[in-house]
Design a protein around this ligand. Structure first.
Ligand code: FES
Length: 361
């Protein structure tokens, strides 16, 4: 037996137009699932209907204008320098991102808002009445199901074999616990401070810097202004003697040596003696997700990661100036030994590679 009202058409499904109460079920209170709204202002007042129509059309028109503005800004606010040696101006990139984001974002918003206003104010919103069938099974089916269940229980001996039953119930009760315990991993990282979690490389005080081509030590005088050399520690090949546990430290050791004019450098406080005559050493491993990098733009001192375009300014302490990397390229403090060869002053002072160590929540 249905608890719903019969609709006037006598069909199982009937559509009642919004505001047309002549076809609505006679007793909506008896069926709390149905809502028979009052007619909207736009249903009864032609002026209100026209006003709503103008609002919707206005939003769509404004969205069109903003889309055109997006294209204009894309063309006018260029981020490409006239001189290809000048590099990308960060200010231009910010202005370009702002104008493009605002125009396209607002255009999309207005299309959505116009559609919502159209649906709420002007579209016919019929109420559909769907008569439900009886959900309860008949008595015969219920009795047969109960009988099947009891027969099954009897055959398994679930009621008689108390030892098995109780041990099974105990096992099932404990099974959800691992899932609850694993929720702890969603909480803050409790593995200590970033400094405590720092992974080491094989750089150490006095270790010479070798080129990764000839494996020869490098003198400061060997590097010219604007030159970049991929390098590694002199102990790189000795590591098998240190055992496989140092393989990870070895993999994180490659660096880039770059020589710039000392007057172009913006040295951070505390790093004043980390370089030699404008020669600085940076980790070669991107701090985003760890790609090796060496796409160097000599005139701007920018280092680009080919994987996701993170860009680091080597003249400004390896600072990130573009892209998804969250922190600067780690810098290796270097000096010269008594024979004029470049050597490390110590290991890196911060973790090398992706920034997972930084995440504390
Ligand atoms: S790994 Fe360098 S930007 Fe993603």
């Amino acid at each position: 037996m249905s608890t719903h009202n019969e609709n006037p058409s006598g069909d199982e499904h009937a559509i009642v137009p919004h505001g047309d109460h002549s076809l609505a079920p006679a007793d909506p209170i008896a069926d709390p699932g149905l809502h028979h709204d009052e007619p909207r202002l736009t249903d009864v007042e032609p002026k209100a209907e026209r006003r709503a129509e103008r609002q919707v059309a206005g939003m769509f028109a404004l969205a069109s204008l903003l889309t055109v503005a997006f294209i204009v800004f894309y063309v006018v606010v260029g981020i490409h320098p006239d001189d290809p040696h000048d590099g990308v101006d960060v200010g231009d990139v910010q202005v370009s991102n702002l104008t493009l984001g605002l125009t396209l974002g607002l255009a999309l918003f207005l299309v959505g808002a116009g559609a919502v206003q159209w649906a709420r104010s002007l579209m016919t919103s019929p109420e559909v009445v769907h008569e439900r069938h009886e959900l309860r099974s008949d008595d015969e089916t219920r009795a047969a199901t109960l009988n099947d269940f009891e027969t099954g229980t009897e055959e398994t001996g679930f009621g008689r074999r108390k030892l098995i039953r109780n041990s099974l119930l105990g096992a099932l009760a404990l099974l959800p616990l691992p899932a609850v315990i694993l929720l702890r991993d969603l909480g803050p990282n409790t593995g200590g401070t970033p400094a405590q979690r720092k992974e080491h490389t094989i750089w150490a005080e006095g270790v010479r810097v070798l080129t990764d081509v000839t494996f020869m030590p490098i003198r400061a005088a060997d590097l010219e202004i604007g030159q970049l050399v991929n390098a590694m520690p002199a102990t790189f090949e000795e590591l098998p003697e240190h055992g496989p546990e140092r393989i990870n430290e070895r993999a994180k050791s490659p660096v880039m040596l770059v020589r710039m004019l000392p007057e172009d450098l913006h040295i951070a406080e505390g790093r004043e003696n980390w370089g030699v005559d404008g020669i600085l050493a940076y980790s070669k491993i991107c701090t985003h997700v760890g790609c090796p990098i060496s796409l160097y733009e000599q005139t701007t001192h920018h280092m680009l990661c080919p994987c996701h375009q993170s860009t680091f300014d080597l003249s400004d302490n390896g600072k990130v100036i573009f892209g998804p990397a969250a922190r600067s390229l780690p810098q290796l403090p270097i000096a010269v030994d008594s024979e004029g060869y470049l050597v490390a002053q110590s290991d890196f002072t911060e973790p090398v590679g992706p920034s997972y160590w930084e995440r504390t929540r």
